[in-house]
Design a protein around this ligand. Structure first.
Ligand code: UD1
Length: 409
């Protein structure tokens, strides 16, 4: 069986790392099974087991990784491949920045050539970025089966580019691997047949569990020192601190909204603690464009960092008194680590991470009054780790098994 899996942007990398490792382990098991069942004689992957049994199990998976190149900075891409031991992509489409239509269109044109040359059995896409949409449409147009890891999430907010990407990808996918039962309900309501849905758990948590110990051993002071944006000074003592990330167009692309948020965050929260802010390239350019950058870099209690690596972010999350974020992945990681989280959005496609459903986060949108109220309530909360069903670090193995055992009925 030949599988091409696709990554494009930062949040994809932590989802593909365990999947690739699970394919390697699957292939190793097949070789080991082959050796034992053929009485010690080595059986090559791809050969039919001479003693019978499940012929499908004797086939290895031939895997290729395609990077569309949507995220290309070292800090947004290469650093994650290295930290998460992801092998170099077999093919990089080099798409880069651009409007949505440019990114999606160019990815489709380039990916179609790859598919025609490689003719895989499956294309596996993860998450909800432009690469996810572009590559699932391209594969389906060539009648290649599509598997979507992290299927069924719905924010029901059609102004989010990610929601459009999720809907189209799920509509086209042959196999929808869901992270929680709520996502399954969403798909069933949309009429997706049962045989296409498999509940596998959250693959990002595999990465969290694999890297938790190494992240825990890092020094917070070194993380700050090594990632400071020029001109910033490392605080001492650092704790307590709040951790913030913000990059959604709905929060950063309008000057009035961004300005109000920044004023509250950098003037009020900093009365209680430092605000550590690894800043996304989109947000940095908007702040400069709107003339807000100079004020922030002068504020000694707001510590601006470059985008940080995976382990560094995990350690910051483990050490933060609370988190303010509009990132989906951080909502999930905060849930498992138990860090109280204010989600700077009006809706979420990940309701399982909300406090009302047993998680650690609360939706506060971008209304300052609401953020202030929830901030003071959140200050009283203690860290309380949660583990939703099947967020057990073994999701990638279930993903591979769902694909190799898939029956098209
Ligand atoms: C994308 C995803 C979003 C995800 C986010 C995580 C889509 C629709 N959005 O949003 O779901 O949460 O990634 O980061 O796919 N840039 C750089 N260097 C890079 C990449 C981008 O400087 O390596 C700059 C470019 O100027 C670009 C801007 O950041 O215009 C935004 O990048 P883009 O890939 O368009 O979307 P994100 O906002 O990163």
């Amino acid at each position: 069986m030949k599988i091409i899996s696709v990554v494009g942007a930062r949040p994809n990398f932590m989802k593909i790392a365990p999947f690739i490792r699970a394919i390697q382990q699957y292939n190793e098991t097949i070789i080991a099974d082959g050796i034992s069942s053929s009485g010690g004689g080595a059986q090559r992957v791809g050969e039919v087991n001479p003693k019978g049994g499940d012929v499908r199990r004797t086939e290895g998976v031939n895997h290729l990784l395609v990077h569309t190149g949507q995220h290309y900075d070292d800090r947004m891409s290469k650093a994650f491949f290295k930290a998460l031991n992801i092998p170099d992509a077999d093919i990089n489409l080099g798409i880069g920045s651009g409007s949505h239509a440019e990114q999606v269109g160019q990815t489709m044109i380039a990916f179609e050539k790859v598919l025609v040359a490689e003719n895989p059995d499956w294309v596996v896409v993860v998450g909800d970025v432009n690469a996810t949409l572009a590559c699932s449409v391209t594969a389906k147009k060539l009648n290649i089966k599509v598997c979507h890891i992290e299927a069924g999430l719905r924010s029901r907010d059609m102004t989010m580019p990610e929601e459009v990407n999720r809907l189209v990808t799920d509509r086209l996918s042959d196999l929808l691997l869901i992270p929680d039962r709520l996502s399954g309900e969403n798909l069933r309501k949309e009429g997706v047949p049962e045989n296409k849905i498999a509940f596998v758990g959250n693959i990002m948590i595999d990465t969290l569990e694999t890297n938790r110990e190494n992240a825990g051993n890092l020094s917070l002071d070194n993380i700050i020192k090594d990632n400071l944006i020029d001109g910033q000074i490392a605080p001492s003592p650092l704790r307590p601190f709040a951790l913030m990330t913000m990059h959604r167009p709905s929060n950063v692309d309008t000057k009035e909204i961004l300005q109000l948020l920044i004023e509250f965050l950098s003037n009020e929260i900093t009365e209680d603690m430092f605000l550590i802010w690894p800043i996304h390239p989109r947000t940095q350019s908007r702040l400069k464009e709107f003339g807000l950058w100079e004020d922030i870099i002068k504020n000694k209690k707001v510590i601006l960092l470059h985008p940080v690596g995976y382990h560094e972010m995990l350690k910051l999350n483990m050490g933060a008194k609370l988190i303010l974020t509009d990132s989906g992945g951080l909502q999930e990681e905060s849930c498992v680590l138990g860090t109280p989280c204010l989600t700077l959005r009006w809706n979420t496609e990940r309701p399982i991470t909300l406090r009302e459903n047993g998680g650690a986060s609360v939706l506060v949108g971008n209304n300052v009054e609401r953020i202030r109220n929830e901030y003071y309530k959140t200050l009283q909360l203690l860290r309380s780790p949660q583990r939703p069903e099947l967020w057990d670090g073994k999701t990638a193995k279930r993903c591979v098994e769902a694909i190799v055992n898939f029956k098209d009925e």
